[in-house]
Design a binder for this molecule. Structure first.
Ligand SMILES: [Zn+2]
Length: 338
């Protein structure tokens, strides 16, 4: 029920792969990361697969073009790790994952996030031999990337309210009846992040372990609950999906998700000042201008939110329950700027 991926913490972990990984192997990574790691691998690899896009048809094309490999190493953020999963799935080869920042829980989840016509879909299946968390490697990532990872844990705050509301208003999906046991499990991961907010801000070894252990729980939670997203994702993610749909731009996932947590906790009237204070203690960037957005972009996403939820076939949350009016949009703008 709570099977989590084997996860190893340490130092100098990337240099070890050439001693044991099945050959020939491919490293799925990003063009800007590869020069830093090229020397860690030997001639047993077929050349890196440099991720270009997460649009499913493009991922398919890149994977189909690969020569025969006997193992895949994912090295990078969510896109590299998800592409590595896709390769492991298609080619049925062992997978090793190395997240280079604490930006997402992709390393700890079975399915890969791809886009189909701009809408996110989780496809495929891959369980890594191990996930390697290298303290020095994580610390060398941009601090704002590392702090952004709390977004995928802080989202439990709004997700749990949404699930309770759906139960209490009789709008719960039959497939996902409210389950306090799942909510309690999520709360352990959530509390760990709240308690270690200062250490995560510092990106200390203690902070890395705390956030990664929570992301490790969260990554596997969708499958462990029988593909139930209710305790780990709610309207805060829908805000992000709407922003992505409208702008067509890439984001550092945890930043718009945290913005979504603040906006939706305000709509829920659910301790919004407190959750904002936690986000501030970690130092995650959630202001629109910090992610290259204008307030008009955010306002537009909020206006289309219920419609986008329907279009994407998402579940019943505050986004469908409580109408967002211009007064709310103006008030939250002022609040976030304060
Ligand atoms: Zn997320």
């Amino acid at each position: 029920m709570t099977e989590l991926f084997t996860t190893v913490y340490g130092r100098g972990l990337v240099d070890e792969f050439k001693e044991y990984v099945h050959r020939p192997y491919v490293v799925a990574t990003m063009a800007d990361l590869w020069p830093r790691f090229a020397d860690s691998f030997d001639d047993g690899h077929v050349g890196p697969l440099l991720v270009r896009s997460m649009e499913r048809s493009e991922v398919e094309r890149d994977v189909a073009a690969l020569p025969e490999v006997n193992a895949v190493i994912g090295l990078g953020g969510g896109q590299a790790l998800d592409t590595a999963k896709y390769i492991a799935w298609k080619r049925r080869v062992p997978l090793f994952q190395v997240p280079t920042a604490m930006s997402v829980n992709a390393a700890f989840a079975q399915r890969a996030a791809v886009r189909m016509d701009g809408i996110v879909r989780y496809v495929g299946w891959a369980v890594p031999e191990a996930v390697y968390v290298d303290f020095d490697l994580i610390r060398s990532a941009p601090t704002e990337l590392n702090r952004s990872g709390v977004g995928d844990i802080l989202c439990y705050h709004t997700a749990h309210w949404d699930w309770r509301m759906a139960r209490d208003s009789g709008q719960m999906e039959a497939r996902w009846p409210y389950d306090e046991r799942l909510v309690e499990e999520a709360r352990v991961a959530f509390d760990r992040v709240v308690e270690n907010a200062a250490a995560i801000h510092e990106v200390s070894d203690v902070g890395i372990r705390a956030l990664m252990e929570s992301l490790r729980w969260g990554g596997a939670a969708f499958h462990n609950s029988g593909w139930n997203p209710r305790h780990i994702e709610g309207a805060e993610h829908f805000v992000f999906y709407a922003l992505e749909y409208l702008t067509g731009r890439p984001f550092i996932h945890g930043q718009p998700v945290t913005l979504g947590v603040l906006l939706m906790s305000a709509l829920q009237e659910n301790r919004q000042e407190w959750i904002r204070e936690v986000a501030d203690r970690v130092g995650v960037s959630y202001r629109p201008e910090q992610m290259g957005l204008t307030w008009d972009d955010v306002a537009a996403a909020l206006r289309i939110l219920p419609e986008h939820v329907q279009r994407a076939g998402l579940w019943h949350t505050v986004a469908s329950q409580r109408p967002i009016n211009e007064e709310f949009i103006a008030r939250t703008r002022e609040w976030l700027q304060a």
